[in-house]
Design a protein around this ligand. Structure first.
Ligand code: DAK
Length: 263
């Protein structure tokens, strides 16, 4: 592992970002957020990406929240600037045109849970612990948690977790839909590999459009959201017609479809 705050590795278009402050359980400080933002801006420029994986260094923690030692001395104005920077950064994750998967390898608290919520997928190790403990510190979630958590698990459960600050284990996180899968600790990488292979077999533009339809549509009334889906669906049709019918459902068809899209 490098000594950078974010260790970036890549294999066949799948970029893995490891948040690297293991001694502080990968708590998010300003430097780490600035670095994450920078890496995401670079990834936004790339058309050859297939997926992004985000995880924490070490075996104990994904991210144990915002860095409390840095937070406690902030003035309200400094807190506002910090939260806006963090929000801009996590929004970049949602807007990446490829699936972003949080590999939650342990504590996933506060800002860490909010980071995982901004990812399209979350796979947790069976020893992962989730929570939004901010109210215990006299603050509220400030990196999108009050908005993304109810959208993910419903407002009743979001209110439960945010107003009590209670921690939940991976099994409960799976049951309430906070994560997509729970796997034995040590198997996260193998499952991520399987998942990214599945993404790779599908049309890149189709994934991008599906992501856009889902996220943009959720914030609109149903009719507008359905119109958005129709537009994104229709955009694909002239391209689809170039694909021979026999190949439509195959892996190679996805590739033809995709290259045609970029013609
Ligand atoms: N920030 C900074 N350092 C942290 C940290 C955090 N969130 N979480 C853990 N660490 C550090 C510990 O201080 C310790 O450092 P050393 O003492 O070794 O130097 C090291 O990581 C290992 O932690 P522990 O020794 O405590 O490990 P344990 O296994 O015993 O306990 C734990 C693990 C995750 C249960 C415990 O570390 C813990 O409760 N951590 C805090 C979790 C938490 O409450 N996170 C914050 C969530 S709220 C704001 C104010 C607050 C916020 C935002 C803005 N403003 C005023 C602007 C808060 C936002 C949040 O994210």
């Amino acid at each position: 592992m490098s000594d950078k705050l974010i260790d970036v590795t890549e294999k066949e278009g799948v970029v893995r970002l490891t948040l690297n402050r293991p001694k502080a359980l990968n708590a998010l400080n300003s430097d780490l957020i600035t670095e994450l933002n920078k890496v995401l801006v670079e990834l936004e420029q790339r058309s050859d990406l297939r997926a992004v994986l985000i995880t924490g260094a070490g075996e104990k923690s994904f991210v144990a929240g915002a860095d409390i030692s840095e937070m406690r001395d902030k003035t309200p104005e400094e807190a506002r600037v910090f939260a806006s920077q963090a929000l801009t950064t996590v929004k970049r994750i949602e807007h990446l045109p490829v699936p972003v998967v949080a590999l939650v390898n342990g504590f996933c608290l506060g800002g860490g849970c909010e980071l995982a919520l901004a990812c399209d997928w979350a796979i947790a190790s069976d020893n992962a612990i989730f929570g939004q403990p901010e109210v215990g510190l006299g603050v509220i979630p400030g990196f999108g948690g009050t908005q993304r958590l109810p959208r993910r698990v419903g407002s009743a459960l979001a209110l439960d977790l945010i107003t009590t600050g209670r921690k939940i284990d991976a099994a409960e996180a799976l049951r309430i839909g906070l994560v997509n899968r729970v796997v034995p600790a040590g198997e996260l990488d193998a499952v991520a590999e399987e998942l990214t292979q599945q993404f790779a077999g599908n049309g890149r533009q189709a994934i991008r459009s599906a992501k856009q339809a889902i996220y943009d549509g959720m914030d609109q009334d149903l009719d507008s959201a359905l119109a958005l889906e129709t537009s994104l669906f229709a955009l694909a049709l002239p391209v689809k017609n170039k694909v021979k019918a026999w190949a439509r459902s195959s892996r190679s068809a996805s590739r033809i479809f995709e290259s045609a899209w970029y013609d």
